[in-house]
Each structure stands twice: as C-alpha cells, then as structure tokens.
Design a binder for this molecule. Structure first.
Ligand SMILES: [Ca+2]
Length: 83
C-alpha cells in the first residue's frame, strides 16, 4: 500500500459511513426538495421555534440544506434519521 493510500483510506471510510446517515428524512422533507423548511420541521418538532430554526440556518436562506442538517443532527438539535 502506498503512503497516499494509507492517508486516504480512513477518510474514505469515514465519508462512506457518514453520508447515508444524514440523508434527508422524507417524513420531514414533505415537498422532497432536499431541504427542511421551518414549517416542515415544526410539523415533526412542535417545540421548534423560529429562533431555533434561524440559529440552525447558517446561510440565512430560510431553508436547512444537507450541511446545516448534518451540523444540527451532530449537535443533537435534530433527531438522527436512519431512513
Ligand atoms: Ca423541503
């Protein structure tokens, strides 16, 4: 095994394990656009406030994309989804 392979292999394993775990949950993403809107999240998390949502929406576009969902899930702010 080359030196480069040794460096890259663990990263590939981590990526492969992480990617499916944070696929958007169709039960939340009701319109299937791949993002969670505030109404979509509030429907499954009635305690979610608009302030909570704004805090998670780091890009400020009013939608949580996969990166924002991943951060929020890892922080324990959103339920982990496993399909
Ligand atoms: Ca959506």
């Amino acid at each position: 095994m080359t030196r480069t392979m040794k460096l890259l292999t663990p990263l590939a394993v981590v990526t492969a394990l992480a990617a499916p775990a944070f696929a958007q949950d169709a039960a939340i993403d009701v319109n299937g656009d791949g993002m969670y809107s505030f109404p979509e999240l509030q429907a499954v998390m009635p305690d979610m406030t608009e302030d909570d949502f704004t805090a998670l929406d780091s890009t400020g576009d009013g939608l949580l994309d996969v990166d924002e969902i991943t951060v929020a899930t890892e922080a324990g702010l959103l339920p982990a989804t496993d399909g």
